[in-house]
Design a binder for this molecule. Structure first.
Ligand code: GP9
Ligand code: MN
Length: 656
């Protein structure tokens, strides 16, 4: 008996091993483990909340669902299919990682419509890639070896199969079993964790759409892409009807906002600069933190510093942009609405109705122009500027490339030629917007333009940034001279502001620059804070205004100076010159009203966010921020509703 058992065991061992080696699902298992591992690795890099049991489960579910169908294929076809999916998913994860480093967000379907712009961003993309990122492709050689092995085995198997055709047919049917099991497990691993969270802390998350990061924290990265595709399809192909009640809610919101805006009409500066020319200068990636600072004993922005002494200056001005970057800044300042959480309004909704500066100015007899020395189709500007009713858009085609720098023309020449273009216009007052470009990421200036010694930041992107802002500052100095020579300086309101941050988020560099540590609130604010300067004719009303303001307040501020009412417009901002209270809402649901500063948590739950006293940065307790955070969320929801459903056009039609 003992001997028989021993013989059986010696036979069973190799049999089991053979069975294990020939188990048909090894490839599938390896694929799932490998992609899930990559998702965990990426999550660590995103650093927006960390992994938890739910996110692991959803990740497993999403990966299984992406490949369950390969279990219906034969072994050879399955290997090949798995390697192809692996390659495609790895490329997607790689793109997400690089995109996240720049935007602090995930790639969404509307972003893909901006893909045409990738060519121009090549230098930035190379700057953002790190060698360790290629770990995302480390499993591909194993897959390829698998394919070679399987093809080599082909002949042997063919012989076996020829001998058993009926068995082969039956096997095809049998494959339905693992395929169905995998689908069910994958679906359950997504459904239950998402539903549980949706019924708990994530309640309302998928309705509000304020920010992609909390959605990612529920769905994982592949789940996010799945949800994003569904969201896009629902909005664009299946119609996402808006109830009468929601439309009415938005209408009432604007009525209430107009009551706040109206206060400016009885305030001192209202109409003081009626009929003046207006020049709006939007400066690429120009942050506030360089203003008034020196490096190596030299001022970084001497011209802006001098200008600030002769102007109205808002040190607590914040950009309100998201994925649409420059175009978002343009939209927020020119049209006084929030940009969208995903993609760019310029690209997604260029045909919708908005009350933007040029169209309002045109009703007042202004000549309206926009100047940007780059391809006119970038950010879909041709369409959007046409919709905004600019009389003329001066693109790269209208400039002489006599100072080639970075993407196209250096800002020094750009400003000189912009003033020349303005001089060729007719006699009516003008509203003009000039969008700079030289200080674009990754900020590397040609040697002859590196006028500053940026030690100890030489050779770093941070150092290149300081160098670039110094160049732009010199260009601003030139612009002021050109305007003076053209006789325009004293009859033009000239406004300067930064469009968005510089995508450099390593706080250690900022701390080294300032020579002291930054508290949590300062770390958030430094990225959002951009300069805002209004120079009024004859250095009028020069001074510092500490009020917390944002890009969306720009147009109402101009209307205040020009004495134009907002009564018939749909603007979300409030004049910065008005005493009317209003907070600055950031696209992620954060806000500041000048006395508190709210930083939302990466799960989107208001109670989990951080509330600070402003400007000290001391913890204030969430109760001090809660009403403001709820109002901020509502503002964002209303803005998105208006943009996505073309409500301004509907409101106008209903009022006819
Ligand atoms: C290109 C310029 C840059 O025309 O506006 O855009 P950005 O990359 O900063 O959004
Ligand atoms: Mn920009």
């Amino acid at each position: 008996m003992g001997l028989r058992l021993k013989t059986a065991m010696t036979k069973l061992g190799p049999l089991l091993l053979k069975g294990l080696l020939h188990w048909p699902y090894w490839g599938f298992m390896l694929f799932v483990l490998s992609i899930v591992y990559k998702l965990g690795w990426l999550d660590h890099r995103f650093n927006v909340g960390g992994m938890n049991d739910w996110k692991w489960k959803v990740n497993y579910g999403a990966v299984i669902l992406s490949a369950f169908w390969t279990l219906l294929l034969g072994r050879r076809a399955r290997w090949i299919a798995l390697v192809i999916i692996d390659l495609a998913l790895s490329a997607l994860l790689f793109s997400d990682l690089v995109y996240f480093r720049y935007f602090k967000d995930f790639i969404s379907i509307p972003v893909l419509f901006q893909a045409g712009q990738v060519g121009a961003l090549q230098e930035s993309i190379w700057n953002l890639i790190q060698p360790s990122d290629f770990i995302l492709f480390a499993d591909l050689p194993i897959g390829l070896i698998g394919i070679v092995w399987i093809l080599w085995r082909k002949r042997v198997e063919r012989k076996e199969q020829r001998a058993k055709p009926a068995y082969r047919k039956g096997r095809r049917l049998l494959r339905l079993i693992p395929g169905t099991i995998a689908f069910t497990i994958g679906w359950a691993l997504i459904y239950y964790p998402v539903e549980t969270q949706k019924d708990g802390w994530a309640r309302g998350l998928f309705v509000g759409n304020w920010w992609n990061v909390p959605i990612y924290n529920v769905t994982g990265l592949l789940g996010f892409h799945g949800y994003d595709t569904y969201r896009y399809a629902k909005e664009n192909w299946f119609g996402d009807g808006l109830s009468e009640e929601k439309e009415q809610e938005a209408r009432a919101w604007f009525e209430a906002r107009r009551a706040v805006q109206k206060q400016m009409e009885s305030e001192p500066l209202f109409g003081e600069y009626k009929g003046s020319n207006v020049l709006v200068v939007q400066m690429e990636a120009f942050q506030q933190f360089v203003i008034g600072q020196s490096i190596g004993g030299e001022e970084i922005t001497p011209n802006l510093n001098k200008l600030i002494g002769q102007s109205l200056y808002f040190p607590n001005f914040y950009h309100q942009t998201a994925q649409g970057r420059t175009s978002d800044a343009d939209f927020a300042t020119s049209c006084s609405m929030h940009p969208l959480p995903t993609g760019s309004v310029f690209i997604r909704f260029a045909g919708n109705e908005f009350d933007c500066a040029p169209s309002i100015m045109k009703t007042q007899g202004y000549d309206t122009t926009v100047h940007h020395a780059y391809d006119g189709s970038f950010w879909n500007r041709y369409s959007m500027y046409n919709n905004m009713e600019y009389d003329q858009f001066y693109t790269v085609k209208n400039f002489k490339l006599d100072e080639p720098l970075g993407w196209s023309l250096g800002d020094k020449s750009f400003f000189r030629q912009t003033v020349e273009q303005l001089q060729t216009r007719d006699e009516s007052p003008f509203y003009a917007m000039a969008i700079t470009l030289s200080s674009h990421h990754p900020f590397r200036m040609p040697y002859q333009n590196r006028a500053l010694d940026v030690a100890p930041f030489n050779g770093t992107t941070f150092g290149d940034y300081l160098q670039a802002t110094h160049y732009v500052d010199a260009a601003v100095g030139g612009l002021i001279e050109h305007l003076k020579e053209a006789g325009l300086w004293e009859n033009t309101i000239v406004l300067f502001y930064g469009d968005h941050d510089n995508s450099l988020y390593d706080m250690k560099e900022y701390e080294q620059f300032f020579g002291h540590s930054l508290n949590k609130m300062e770390q958030d604010a430094i990225i959002r804070n951009v300069p805002f300067i209004i120079h009024l004719p004859n250095d009028g009303h020069a001074g510092i205004m500490e009020k917390a303001v944002g890009q969306m307040d720009t147009l109402p501020t101009l209307l205040h100076l020009l004495g134009l009412s907002t009564a018939n417009e749909h603007l979300m901002g409030v004049s910065m010159l008005s005493a009317a209270p209003k907070s600055v809402v950031f696209r992620n649901g954060g806000f500041t009203d000048g006395s508190v500063y709210f930083v939302p948590s990466s799960d989107g739950v208001i109670d989990h966010g951080a509330c600070y006293s402003f400007p000290s940065g001391d913890e204030a307790g969430i109760a001090a921020c809660k009403p403001g955070a709820e109002a901020a969320r509502n503002d964002l929801t209303i803005s998105d509703r208006v943009v996505e459903h073309d409500l301004i056009a509907k409101f106008r039609k209903a009022a006819e």
